[in-house]
Design a protein around this ligand. Structure first.
Ligand code: ADP
Ligand code: MG
Length: 695
């Protein structure tokens, strides 16, 4: 049989119906997919030693003859033991396996074999426990080399996967190399087919490294081509240039209930500068929780509205969308800016020049009609904004709030504008990204940071609370409520079946309402409530009609109730540092002194140290560093990377490779912007552009 990349997996030796089903679970149906099933680590069995040279703790392979191999039941437990003795010219060593009785069918005394694993010292002798065993031959799969370990599924062994991949290797000769040959020659990057073979069965660690580097480079190169080409294409479509409206802007600034900080002014000024150009803006506005990013959006939206354009603000949750709507309605009362709210369940509008903030409830068709006729200047919404039926008259500015994950949504919003114009794009985030990383990810995206907090703000006092200190905590809350303030109590999800935290918060609310604060109003909020109920609960809390809000992390992002000064986090050890920071950011949003209480019954010193470190952290930037220290770069990068699932080998930590790929991609696109001369690359780039967001 001639094996090709398209050969069905069932055609391979030793693949029956059930193995094919298991492989199917791993997404492997044809040979090409088998070759793309990459190892995630290797056992290093490359060191081959004479038996006499072994010592305890060493990991190595020995080659010798089987003197003896037998099965017996272990005396006490019902376990099958396989015992063997292997000898070479220098000596002999015993090996033992648990529950692998089939070994005596595959191997007989007299067989020449390799035995590989870690040597242990037990009962006064050296021994291998559960080593890999394989007939001696020139191309080994399980011993005497770097042995690949693959992702697998129950019922499929590493030995089986290795055996199958080895069968597939000859098909590598068919693999087309997408890298331009000029680039490969100049940089001495190895060929793709060689790299694939080395990745699976490296014949040397150096070769594995070279292969990995080459394959990672290719992934990053295709990513960079896709990014840069998409950017280039967007640039070909002009944006609407927005005239700066000095008087109206000044009037809005004056009407705000606070004075802008210098950082807010600078950020707004930079954005307004960008908007004056017909090149679409691509800007990321970073600012710690509570830094005041929303008002910057309002200033931009005002200018856009006065130029006859529309602004979309996309929020990650309904609660946040509704809150933004309320905020904008307040700020834009008396301004010629019509504001709308469009989520799956809520449709509200406030018309231009509304004398007093008042919003009207509309039918979906009504609000969509207003949107397409250009009667709404600023629309806040969730993903619902991306529905097919949403037509803008002139989408000029697209804002995405608190979205540090890259989704297709941004791209969809940008394309939504249509009519031969490209909207300006602004993304807001409280998660700082290292600058070097941002440049690689976003290319020439501009970044602005709001670092300063409003002057009146006092640092939030944060402390750990043990079970014993609880009565004092409740007394403290009582005092604050008496002084007019309010408190959040956030509960973690403990029970997996309680995905929305309904049980957790309901129980806590009952406890607090009945036993602790019978005289106060304690309300409850979780993701399972209807949108109306959520909105009503938030409105009651915002208006201080309830004093204590027991909630899940639905309030994690963006929620703004300045009068709330207490954040109690139950089971604090269950939250990540950044999440704790986001939650804490719900208080400290006014001139009042705010407090955050981390309740924990954890005693593990590592957990306590992590929480203690959190108490010391001043802002999100310091915290990002700390998360790096406690959880390693994987976690932080992991969050950022969740939108980059096509990166199979490269990670965002491969910064130098990424930078190199970026330079090479720019050079190639300069010569061949459409990749007309590079058909294979072009296909990959197009596929990538279709699957991920790339701005
Ligand atoms: P974030 O950057 O986390 O999105 P918000 O825009 O929600 O922060 O602002 C947090 C709170 O601070 C809001 O209540 C807002 O009205 C208020 N705020 C914004 N800017 C200032 C300022 N310069 N001085 C005082 N309060 C401000
Ligand atoms: Mg916000």
């Amino acid at each position: 049989m001639l094996l090709t990349l398209d050969t069905k997996i069932e055609q391979l030796t030793r693949v029956g119906r059930s193995t094919a089903t298991l492989l199917g679970k791993l997404g492997i149906r044809i040979v090409a997919e088998l070759l793309r099933h990459y190892p995630f680590r290797y056992d290093d069995f490359g060191l081959i030693l004479p038996i006499a040279k072994l010592s305890a703790g060493i990991t190595a392979t020995v080659g010798g003859k089987i003197e003896l191999i037998t099965n017996r039941r272990s005396p006490r437990r019902r376990m099958m033991l396989t015992e063997a003795v292997i000898s070479d010219a220098s000596g002999e060593i015993s090996a033992v396996w648990f529950n692998q009785p089939y070994l005596t069918r595959m191997f007989k005394p007299g067989d020449e074999v390799y035995l590989a694993g870690q040597v242990t010292y037990e009962f006064h002798q050296l021994q291998f426990i559960n080593p890999s065993l394989e007939q001696k031959k020139s191309f080994t799969l399980h011993t005497a080399r770097l042995v690949p370990i693959y992702p697998t599924t129950t019922g499929l062994t590493q030995r089986q996967i290795r055996f199958l991949i080895q069968q597939a290797l000859p098909a590598c000769r068919e693999v087309v190399d997408p890298l331009p040959s000029e680039l490969r020659k100049r940089t001495a990057l190895p060929a793709r087919s060689w790299s694939l073979q080395q990745l699976h069965f490296p014949d040397h660690r150096r070769h594995l490294e070279a292969a990995l580097r080459r394959l990672k480079f290719e992934e990053l190169f295709v990513l960079q081509l896709a990014l840069q080409q998409a950017r280039w294409q967007l640039r070909q479509v002009p944006a609407q240039a927005i005239l700066f409206q000095r008087d109206a802007t000044a009037r809005l600034v004056r009407s705000l209930p606070f004075t802008l900080t210098q950082d807010q002014r600078v950020a707004a000024w930079k954005i307004l500068q960008d908007l004056q150009r017909s090149v679409p803006m691509h800007r990321l506005l970073e600012g710690d929780v509570g830094a005041g990013k929303t008002v910057v959006v309002a200033l931009a939206a005002l200018n856009v509205a006065l130029s006859g354009g529309q602004t979309a603000v996309m929020a990650p949750t309904e609660i946040l969308a509704a809150q933004h709507f309320q905020t904008f309605c307040r700020w834009f009362g008396g301004f010629p800016v019509a504001v709308g709210l469009f989520t799956r369940t809520q449709r509200l509008v406030q018309l231009r020049d509304a004398a007093s903030p008042r919003s009207d409830r509309l039918k979906k068709s009504e609000i969509l009609a207003m949107l397409s006729r250009g009667e709404l200047d600023l629309v806040v919404g969730t993903h619902a904004l991306l529905q097919e039926s949403v037509r803008w008259q002139r989408l000029t500015l697209a804002v995405v709030d608190e979205q540090h994950r890259f989704g297709v949504e941004q791209r969809q919003l940008l394309v939504a504008a249509g009519n031969g114009v490209s909207p300006h794009f602004l993304s807001l985030t409280a998660t700082p990204i290292p600058r070097s990383l941002a440049l690689v990810l976003y290319g020439d995206l501009s970044i602005t940071a709001i670092r300063q907090r409003p002057r009146e703000r006092k640092p939030i006092m944060t402390q750990l609370v043990s079970a014993a200190a609880r009565p004092r905590l409740y007394q403290f809350i009582r005092g604050q409520v008496a002084a007019g303030r309010q408190a959040f109590v956030v509960c973690p999800l403990i029970d997996l079946s309680d995905r929305f935290g309904v049980k957790a918060v309901t129980a806590e609310q009952a406890e607090l309402q009945q036993r602790v604060f019978p005289d106060l109003r304690v309300s409850v909020l979780h993701g399972k409530l209807s949108a109306e109920k959520k909105a009503a609960t938030m409105a009651d809390f915002l208006a201080n009609r309830t004093s204590v809000l027991v909630t899940t992390t639905v309030v994690e992002v963006g929620v703004d109730v300045p009068n709330a000064t207490i954040m109690v986090i139950e089971g604090a050890e269950r939250f990540g540092l950044s999440q704790l920071h986001q939650l804490r950011g719900r208080v400290g949003r006014s001139g009042y002194q705010s407090h955050c209480f981390l309740c924990t019954e954890a005693t593990n010193p590592v957990v306590i140290e992590r929480l203690a470190a959190f108490l010391r952290a001043e802002d999100g930037f310091a915290l990002a560093e700390m998360d790096l220290k406690f959880r390693g770069p994987g976690q932080l990068l992991g969050t950022l990377q969740s939108g980059f699932t096509h990166l199979r080998l490269a990670t965002l930590a491969d910064l130098d490779l990424a930078e190199w790929a970026k330079t090479e991609a720019a050079a190639l696109l300069h010569k061949d912007p459409e990749l007309a001369q590079h058909a294979v690359l072009q296909r990959q780039v197009v596929a990538l552009q279709a699957s991920v967001h790339l701005e």
